[in-house]
Design a protein around this ligand. Structure first.
Ligand SMILES: *Cc1c(COP(=O)(O)O)cnc(C)c1O
Length: 390
């Protein structure tokens, strides 16, 4: 059995049927299949058949899917055009009208909107619970509960859901469990080891890793991926050949990048915790994180995501000053790339109402950081000069 770093480079190489070391880009919408109509029929109906028509599959996305499935320790995976395509297509493959889903109060904003606004129009009922309260998940189970959908660490406040508990709850009650594993990446957290059935990703973030593509992944059993693939044929969010190729290329350095990011983020979090201008640092790797012990149990590393809270009055103005003063950290949405980014959730989620923001723990002084792979001394120096201005 090859180790993770080797799998990142060599897994799924059988999908490259040419002699080139690096897989080519198949920039085509359609493939010359065969003049044998029996073979043609087989190609149209085979799940993810890689050389038929683009919406059915593509050799490069099949290779990227093989790499991600092997990291997530699931039988199979499907690559789609965005993280939201992966999430919505996977959920639509898991539930139908009349079914019930248990999810969390805190999710990536678009996932939350999909769960609450979109699904209700299609007769799917959703109950939101507090993710740090195991019992709340169990109490929410009803006769028609078909899916438990979790996200951990969650966006933006980095709360942790207990994977072992949820995996077991799903198995005991015969309910499918699904996780958004974007923040952790499979380097830091492998939910299948805890019995979680389906793993979804915004591959736009750590998996791609260079902020140059959008993509999504769904990982699960062969049976589940076949169902998701059937939905994806109709919803149509296929990833382009070039972006599949960029994703495959980005994956090769995933372990190196994430380890450096983990190391940088921990060092920065420890430094920020000592600064008087900052009242709180939320980082799952700090002893001060209320769920650090649980994070330690189920995560191999603590990611590049951290939140800080600005101390005192006029937090909005101070947050603005920091954003304007930082030179290495760029004020931009998204995360998980090699470059450090910072965002102000209160203004980013202006579409959420005040109560929602409060539930997610967002204030005017909250800043969310995605730490990159720059030198740690430059990251600390950047914050040092920016904090000196408030
Ligand atoms: C970005 C993100 C998504 C959505 O992914 P897109 O690629 O932007 O569609 C979903 N979940 C989490 C946790 C994310 O960070």
């Amino acid at each position: 059995m090859a180790k993770l770093e080797t799998k990142l480079i060599h897994e799924g190489e059988e999908h490259n049927t040419t002699k080139s070391v690096v897989s080519p880009i198949y920039q085509t919408s359609t493939y010359f299949v065969s003049e044998d109509i029996a073979e043609f029929a087989h190609s149209t109906s085979t799940v993810k058949f890689p050389e038929f028509y683009h919406r059915h599959g593509n050799p490069t996305s099949s290779q990227a899917a093989a790499v991600i499935a092997s990291l997530e320790k699931t039988e199979d995976a499907l690559i789609l055009a965005t993280g939201m395509a992966a999430i919505s297509t996977a959920i639509l493959a898991a539930v139908k009208s009349g079914d019930h889903i248990i999810a969390q109060h805190t999710h990536y904003a678009a996932s939350r909107t999909f769960l609450l606004d979109f699904l209700s129009d299609y007769g799917v009922e959703v109950t939101l619970v507090d993710q740090i309260d195991n019992e709340a998940f169990a109490s929410a189970v009803k006769g028609n509960t078909k899916l438990i959908y979790i996200e951990t660490p969650s966006n933006p406040n980095l709360e942790i859901t207990d994977l072992e508990y949820i995996g077991k709850l799903g198995k005991d009650k015969g309910i499918l469990t699904m996780i958004d594993n974007t923040f952790a990446s499979p380097i830091n957290q492998v939910p299948a080891e805890y019995g979680i059935d389906v793993v979804v990703h915004s591959a736009t973030k750590y998996l791609g890793g260079h902020s140059d593509l959008t993509a999504g992944a769904v990982c699960g059993s062969k049976e589940m991926i076949a169902k998701v693939w059937k939905r994806s044929l109709l919803l149509g969010a296929s990833l382009s050949p070039f972006d599949s190729w960029l994703l495959l290329r980005g994956l090769k350095t995933l372990a190196l990048r994430v380890r450096q990011i983990n190391e940088n983020a921990l060092a920065l979090a420890q430094w920020l915790e000592k600064q008087p201008q900052i009242s709180k640092v939320g980082y799952t790797g700090l002893e001060s994180h209320p769920q650090h012990q649980l994070a330690k149990k189920q995560m191999k590393g603590y990611t590049g995501m951290l939140v800080i809270e600005i101390e005192g009055n006029d937090a909005f103005g101070k947050a603005q000053t920091i954003l304007n003063s930082l030179e290495v950290f760029a004020n931009a949405v998204s995360l998980g790339g090699v470059e450090s980014l910072i965002a102000h959730p209160a203004s980013m989620w202006s579409s959420s109402n005040e109560e929602q923001k409060k539930k997610s723990g967002i204030t005017d002084g909250t800043l969310r950081l995605s730490v990159g792979i720059e030198h740690i001394e430059d990251l600390i120096a950047d914050f040092s000069q920016a904090l000196a201005k408030i």
